[in-house]
Design a protein around this ligand. Structure first.
Ligand SMILES: NC(=O)c1ccc[n+]([C@@H]2O[C@H](COP(=O)([O-])OP(=O)(O)OC[C@H]3O[C@@H](n4cnc5c(N)ncnc54)[C@H](OP(=O)(O)O)[C@@H]3O)[C@@H](O)[C@H]2O)c1
Length: 332
């Protein structure tokens, strides 16, 4: 029996200060429409971009309230009349907007069946798929190259490091603490740069003078500039995010246009936003699941415990503190 109502976190007003935007509301739990399934949430994934969602950037033209959260995993508790692929009791993951909810109703085609609902498996569907698509589909990752991953010990960075290693590359990862550096070494990172202790640009120039063939960049500002300055001939930099600007106004920069830095090296800057690759997620998720099941891919989950809708804002702030390591999740 489904409950008559459920609770979820919505942005009651648009601001990138997640706690100020977020409100818990109680709403009716309607039966799923013919092509939908209803999921009881076990874990929601926390993402850097939650503050962009709460600012309304993902829903241009819409007015608050909007649902918050971007991914969740749980148990199917009801299926619409036309749904063939799922039954009650299946475990699924989904990365549609609105994961910070006790129940979630979604079109069945946006759900992926998984063997169980765990934080590790949840971390593959958004963070893992972003790394896989960013490196392979957009970054044209090859073997025998030098790959730099920024925010490498984070939710998505950890997968970028491992996938680049699995493809046979030399991998450099940046992070800000010794604990994260240990995690990165355990994931096979060849050179860890704790940017609080070492200057990334100096390390790259001294140890990798040929430059970076591929960069998975999600930090922005000075980190982005250093990455661009250290691209190899025919190097590719994939913009995944720019977290240093999410809680701030855009930094205005005045310098010669970017072609001065790129053309002389035939280098390129590309970008990858998962929502534009959503149809390819199941295929990448299947590859990641296979690697995970074979023990070739680890999924690090931050051990800090956040429980229930009441702690969602704490979890988002924790991720933005820069202290988290691996994937941050909220348990239900
Ligand atoms: N394009 C897409 O579709 C897509 C999908 C998923 C994620 N992303 C992007 O990937 C990046 C990482 O996201 P995530 O959810 O996986 O987060 P995360 O990496 O788990 O956490 C963010 C990490 O960023 C680093 N960081 C550097 N400067 C920071 C600052 N000023 N404030 C806070 N953190 C800072 C911190 O690690 P260190 O300081 O140790 O480096 C921090 O732990 C974000 O830019 C996000 O928007 C993009």
């Amino acid at each position: 029996m489904l409950p008559k109502t459920y609770r979820k976190v919505v942005a009651a007003r648009f601001t990138n200060h997640f706690r100020d935007a977020a409100e818990i509301v109680e709403t009716e739990l309607k039966p799923p429409a013919p092509h939908e399934i209803t999921i009881r949430n076990h874990y929601a994934g926390v993402n850097a971009t939650d503050v962009n969602i709460s600012a309304g950037s993902y829903t241009p033209g819409s007015k608050p309230p909007i649902d918050l959260g971007a991914e969740m995993t749980g148990e199917v508790v009801a299926v619409g009349d036309s749904v063939q692929d799922f039954k009650v009791g299946d475990w699924v993951v989904t990365n549609s907007l609105g994961g910070y909810a006790e129940y979630y109703t979604v079109r069945a085609r946006f759900a992926i069946r998984v063997p169980e609902a765990t934080p590790e498996i949840l971390s593959l569907v958004l963070s893992g798929a972003t790394a896989s698509l960013g490196l392979n589909t957009v970054g044209d990752m090859k073997s025998g190259e030098t790959v730099l991953v920024t925010a490498a010990a984070g939710g998505t960075g950890q997968f970028a490091v491992q996938l680049a290693k699995l493809a046979g590359n030399t991998v450099i990862g940046t992070c800000s603490t010794d604990d994260k550096a240990e995690l990165l070494k355990s994931l096979g990172c060849d050179r860890v740069v704790n940017y609080k202790k070492e200057d990334l640009g100096t390390v790259l120039k001294a140890e990798y003078p040929r430059g970076m063939d591929l960069v998975y960049e999600s930090v922005g500002r000075g980190m982005f500039d250093t990455c661009v300055d250290n691209l190899a001939i025919r190097g590719r930099l994939v913009i995944i995010g720019y977290i240093t600007e999410y809680l701030d106004t855009p930094e205005a920069v005045s310098s010669p246009r970017i072609y001065y830095k790129l053309l002389g090296k035939s280098a390129s800057i590309r970008s990858m936003f998962l929502m534009h690759f959503i149809k390819q997620v199941p295929e990448h998720m299947a590859q990641l699941m296979a690697l995970y099941n074979e023990g070739k891919l680890q999924a690090a989950v931050d051990p800090t415990r956040f429980e229930g809708l009441e702690q969602v804002a704490d979890a988002v702030e924790y991720l933005h503190s820069g202290k988290s390591s691996g994937k941050v999740v909220v348990r239900f």
